[in-house]
Design a protein around this ligand. Structure first.
Ligand code: GRF
Length: 202
């Protein structure tokens, strides 16, 4: 399965996918990594793994539409079967999300539908939650609103701050994102009629 990964930063989720591919645990070929920010650590991770890395700097485009059009061209050049948003911090236009519907995944650090948007860890702490977590979901036009595919839960512990909670959530991100990508690549996870369907047969 040909995969293009979009990033904006450190790329630890990208690294989890690279590691899975290199260990032969993921039936994927990461054919490109595209970042909307120059000089981020994720680009180095791609380079070290020998994966073509591209920068598409959103600040060089006049509008969201112009950026998304260029991004779509850049992605489609690599003919991916799956597009993986891994810490890609851009709101996407409906035209763009529709183009990839059913073949684009995102990871969001909350138990969706709770805490869509930013600062999820602090908001979960402020609300006094006893548990928190992370969701892999198919991307639709609704920001953080597409159908959830895989979730992992973590406890909120006494003395937690946003940083310690984020670290606990991130370690689960690196487990469930490769898993969701694996299931998609195996044809076991798909989006149908606006829902994520998981076929548990081997
Ligand atoms: C993750 O916490 C992800 O849930 C959020 O952005 C972060 C990306 O981290 N959307 P990384 O770039 O994969 O290290």
């Amino acid at each position: 399965t040909r995969v293009v990964v979009l990033i904006s930063g450190s790329g630890s989720n990208l690294q989890a996918l690279i590691d899975g591919q290199q260990r032969g645990q993921l039936p994927i070929d990461i054919v490109a990594v595209i970042s909307n920010r120059p000089a981020v650590r994720g680009l180095l991770r791609a380079e070290h793994a020998g994966i073509p890395a591209e920068v598409l700097d959103h600040t060089r485009y006049d509008s969201r539409e112009a950026f998304d059009t260029a991004l779509q061209e850049c992605i489609d050049h690599y003919r991916p079967e799956l597009v993986v948003l891994a810490g890609f911090m851009r709101i996407l236009t409906p035209t763009f999300t529709r183009h990839y519907e059913g073949r684009m995944l995102n990871i969001h650090p909350s138990l969706l539908p709770k805490y869509q948007g930013l600062h999820t860890h602090q908001r979960a702490l402020d609300a006094g939650e006893s548990e928190h977590g992370v969701t892999v979901h198919f991307v639709t036009a609704e920001l953080d609103g597409g159908p959830p595919a895989v979730q992992a839960r973590v406890p909120v512990l006494p003395g937690d701050d946003a940083e310690s909670l984020a670290a606990r959530v991130q370690s689960q991100e690196h487990v469930i994102y490769p898993l969701a990508v694996k299931w998609f690549a195996e044809g076991r996870l798909r989006m149908e009629s606006g829902r994520a369907l998981l076929n548990n047969e081997p």
